[in-house]
Design a binder for this molecule. Structure first.
Ligand SMILES: [Zn+2]
Length: 465
């Protein structure tokens, strides 16, 4: 349980008219933290009036790019990465970010450091592959609707600027002749092929290799690189869209190589694509996190790279560690033994907390709400039908599961276990294993290893009071 978590709230332009001010976000956030047992060490207020305003920033390689600048969000990522803070509680996914890049940064943190992340409404969840895909789809959709708003605002700027004419000077654009308007057949075909490859699951790397072997070559470089493939496919230019200050401001005078609708689908595919490449690496595996404590300084041990250790970046002493898989196997053995003991079973029936059921009910309500929102998005054409179906299937499956949990007297994960502990345990996901373990045992203190003892010693795991 994070005890030094960040609560991130946002002052925004209240575009949904729901008037959820910062004070209310903070109060709700603190109530939620109490309910799930988190400690909030710091409230960070993101003071921006739109989650989708861009500024020109200089990147580390010296080039410049248009980026959404959100100092509060960047600071929270920094604090989490350094281990100064141990969890992130936001109000909801939409208030966390509408920029896929911010989401990817957070996913990286969750993936690499297993930073716990949650939100008051339940919409920000990154615990499983399905959660992550869902978050990506939701952010891609929010991003698109933000772009549409920006586009309307920018339209009057655009009138003052240029009437959809290509900008003069600079290098020729891939896919078009020097005039910036006439389509160059061979290159346009290559762009269509690239898009087709992405939709078929190819990576930028595959596409760069393919083009380097088959041509045509890029305009001003010797060879294709992943980045040049990416910049062509994600650039609105190929959809016949005019960009002004990093925003799509409307149709351009040049023709599209990829039609607008297909280009939108391509952007969603690109947003989801990374999810497939990362598959496997993301699964939450270390289920003893939060259950093992240092025998020297009593800090909770962290599962990391083959062992649970008293992590110094998290405030530990760094002097205690234990092999992760062997510790898990030992605790698993003990748990299964408990589960066959009638006294333990009886106590389990009594003590399975009501709060667990309450949180399951909250999940059900939030999933039902999300389904409604999705249907609305589809009706307003903010989602294609394929996106709607994909997102819907994910939520519906989760909802089904939550509902079966909520209706049982015991949390649904524990009840089937009682009938067949050994068999059902094997099929449990890490997250559920941890929940079961927490319902049964108070955790273990890990004693220092005895001098000279190299093999795994189960006696080091001392059950806590
Ligand atoms: Zn320690």
């Amino acid at each position: 349980m994070p005890q030094r978590a960040i609560l991130l709230v946002r002052i925004s332009d209240d575009r949904e008219g729901e008037g959820l001010g910062v004070g209310r976000q903070e109060a709700d956030g603190r109530t939620h933290a109490d309910r799930i047992g988190w400690g909030i060490a710091e409230v960070i207020v993101e003071n921006d009036t739109s989650a989708f305003k861009r500024r020109k920033v200089r990147l580390s390689d010296g080039s410049s790019a248009l980026r959404v600048v959100r100092p509060g969000l960047r600071r929270s990522l920094e604090l989490l990465a350094s281990g100064d803070r141990d969890g992130l509680l936001a109000y909801d996914l939409d208030r966390y970010t509408r920029d896929p890049r911010d989401l990817e940064d957070l996913i990286d943190l969750v993936e690499q450091q297993r930073v716990p992340v949650t939100s008051v409404t339940g919409s920000l969840r990154l615990d499983s592959d399905a959660d992550i895909t869902m978050a990506r789809v939701m952010v891609a959709v929010a991003n698109k609707s933000s772009r549409d708003t920006s586009r309307r605002v920018a339209r009057k700027h655009e009138q003052l600027a240029e009437q959809g004419k290509p900008g003069g000077g600079g290098a020729r654009r891939f896919g078009y002749e020097r005039d910036g308007i006439t389509v160059k057949k061979g290159e346009a075909d290559a762009i269509k092929k690239m898009a087709e490859m992405v939709m078929g699951g190819a990576s930028y790397y595959d596409i760069a290799n393919y083009l380097n072997a088959n041509g045509p070559m890029p305009v001003s470089a010797e060879r294709w690189r992943e980045r040049s493939v990416q910049s062509i496919l994600t650039g609105p230019r190929i959809a016949g869209l005019r960009v002004f200050r990093g925003e799509v401001v409307g149709p351009a005078v040049w023709p599209a190589i990829i039609e607008r609708e297909a280009w939108d689908e391509l952007q969603t595919a690109i947003a989801n694509h990374m999810g497939h490449r990362r598959r496997g690496a993301l699964t939450f595996k270390r289920w003893l996190n939060g259950l093992l404590f240092c025998g020297l300084c009593d800090t909770a041990l962290v599962g990391w790279s083959g062992e649970y250790w008293c992590a110094t970046p998290k405030g530990g002493c760094g002097r205690i560690s234990i092999d992760d898989e062997l510790a898990e196997a030992e605790v698993e053995r003990q748990l299964l033994e408990y589960l066959t003991n009638p006294i333990v079973l009886g106590r389990l029936r009594d003590t399975v907390s009501e709060s667990a059921t309450a949180s399951v009910r909250a999940d059900v309500a939030s999933d039902e709400q999300q389904l409604k929102e999705l249907a609305g998005m589809w009706a307003r054409r903010e989602l294609t039908f394929a996106e709607y179906q994909e997102a819907r299937a994910i939520i519906a499956a989760r909802l089904e599961e939550s509902k079966s949990l909520a209706t049982s007297a015991l949390p649904g994960i524990v009840r089937p276990l009682l009938a067949d502990p050994a068999g059902k345990w094997k099929g449990l996901q890490a997250r559920d294993r941890r929940e079961v373990a927490k319902a049964i045992i108070p955790g273990y203190t890990v004693a220092p290893s005895k001098k000279g003892k190299k093999v795994f010693d189960p006696d080091r795991l001392v059950l806590r009071e």
